[in-house]
Design a protein around this ligand. Structure first.
Ligand code: NAD
Length: 472
């Protein structure tokens, strides 16, 4: 049942109501207006009109807006976390961690806004001076997924605004309320009207195509599945549009025979269950030295089977709902298929009855040719495979088109570093279950994406470089 259709600052939407669903019980949280294709076209006009004045502001002024947004987000973190938990299904502890992480992107890029440096040097031939400056790329279309509705938005809005770009944000329709709350907060932080506009088209395809075809859009920053990213890259190629792509993952988690098993299991729980497994960084394939594989699986099963599952906002709950019944069923189908290919279920593995999109923590042991190892599961499922050498672990870890992040556990740092150097991944975590940090470059090799967000690289996804040759 819909509750109300409320108007939000910066939200351009004149279409029919769209119910945002609480996945833990299937009820409607709120009804928002959907954006029509014409609204999306208007959002580009608004961003294009706002761009010259915003780009001309002093970097310090833009930086201070982001700093204020960081402060507001921190002050309002509890209500934002509850909203994230409600519309996404994740447990409150994960939602609180996400809001902290999301706010840090505003703080980091408030600092980066005033640190963009150029280049000034004599050409080797001596005939001119090479001057390199950076300018905002222009109107940017930001498309975000449902799994981190706050952090994926701030990881793009922060650098875009720091660079001087104006943006149109298109959040996932499972979780638009968090995006609307963040844009409202940006307005209160002093970001001028028109700099950030949110659109909420129910069918994203035609609306996004129309915006990508508009010559005033100069940049696409997308986070989501590799499948959709690949399709958008094809469309972007028509206009040779600049793109940043943060796509799917299929992270290997390698445990070598000299690892501290308690640490490895604690790290595995973190890397697997943060966000209920719905993270592009989630450990998705566990390759464990054969001599310790049974003991690792036993301890992991003990921990996973004890987790309390339920609505994310309830006290004591350790595993929340998936974002929708559709997403939950994808997880269940992948597990069922793996079992029919010989996987052994140590815990979980059954789809619960009821209206909530729940799936239990599941541990599987299986052979290296099981098809589930080729899929991004996006749920609380840990497939464990025994391996006979470091080289086999590396080869199996790399045998995928994805290359976002890999995890390595070993008691010998030199050995772990040697494995890390051979892994085809944009990020490697050694003896840690989570390493995402706004101050570090986030992104993948191979079909996990193009470009980097966060760190020193993040702002450059929203800047053009201009070389001026002059004799001075
Ligand atoms: P998705 O690709 O289905 O959707 C992502 C966004 O694209 C949403 O806003 C969606 O509405 C939009 N979209 C969907 N179809 C579209 C179309 N035809 N044209 C234009 N836009 C379209 O992904 P999801 O299910 O929301 O999120 C999960 C995926 O995101 C996983 O694959 C995960 O690994 C990935 N992800 C990657 C990162 C990263 O940084 N690499 C971070 C988070 C999530």
């Amino acid at each position: 049942m819909s509750t109300q259709t409320r108007q939000y600052a910066g939200h351009l939407a004149s279409g029919p109501p769209h119910d945002v669903i609480d996945p833990s019980d299937g009820s409607s949280i709120e009804s928002i207006a959907a954006s029509t294709e014409a609204d999306c076209a208007d959002a580009v006009s608004i961003a294009a009109e706002a761009f010259p004045a915003f780009a001309a502001l002093a970097p310090r002024v833009r930086g201070e807006m982001l700093r204020k947004a960081y402060e507001l987000m921190t002050a309002e973190s509890e209500s934002l976390a509850r909203l994230v938990s409600r519309e996404n299904g994740k447990i409150l502890a994960d939602a609180r961690a996400e809001i902290g992480y999301a706010a840090e992107f505003f703080r980091w890029f408030s600092e980066e806004a005033v640190r963009v440096s150029g280049d000034f040097r004599l050409a080797p031939s001596g005939d001119k001076t090479i001057v390199v400056t950076h300018e905002p790329v222009g109107v940017s279309l930001l498309i975000t997924p449902w799994n981190f509705p706050a952090a994926m938005a701030t990881r793009k809005i922060g650098p875009a605004l720091a660079a001087g770009c104006t943006v149109v944000l298109k959040p996932a329709m499972e979780t638009p309320l968090t995006a609307l709350a963040i844009v409202d907060l940006l307005a209160r932080a002093g970001v001028p009207a028109g700099v950030v506009t949110v659109v909420t088209p129910v069918a994203p395809g035609p609306a996004v195509s129309r915006m990508l075809g508009d010559r005033r859009v100069r940049n696409l920053s997308f986070t989501g599945s590799t499948e959709v990213g690949r399709m958008l890259l094809k469309q972007a190629s028509d206009r040779v549009l600049r793109t940043s792509m943060e796509l799917g993952g299929n992270a290997p988690f390698i445990v070598l025979d000299d690892a501290d098993l308690d640490d490895a299991v604690a790290g595995a729980i973190l890397a697997k269950l943060r966000n209920g497994g719905a993270a592009c960084t989630a450990a998705n394939r566990f390759y464990v030295s054969r001599s310790i594989a049974d003991e690792f699986s036993r301890r992991l099963t003990e921990r996973m089977s004890a987790l309390r599952m339920g609505p994310g906002l309830n006290d004591g709950v350790e595993l929340g709902a998936s974002v929708s019944i559709r997403e939950r069923d994808k997880i269940a189908d992948l597990v069922d298929a793996s079992v029919s290919h010989g996987a052994r279920v140590l815990t979980g593995g059954t789809r619960p009855e009821g209206a909530g999109a729940f799936y239990p923590a599941t541990v599987l042991t299986l052979e290296a040719d099981n098809p589930i190892l080729g899929e991004e599961v996006f749920g609380p499922v840990a497939p464990v495979v025994a391996v006979d050498s470091d080289d086999e672990a590396i080869a199996r870890a790399n045998a995928t088109e994805f290359g976002l992040i890999s995890y390595v556990y070993s008691g010998d740092l030199g050995r772990a570093m040697s494995v890390a150097r051979h892994l085809e991944a944009g990020m490697v975590a050694i003896n840690k279950g989570v390493i995402s940090d706004p101050a570090a470059p986030f992104g993948g090799y191979k079909q996990s994406g193009l470009g980097r967000e966060g760190g020193f690289a993040g702002i450059h996804e929203f800047l053009e470089s201009k070389y001026i040759g002059v004799t001075i």
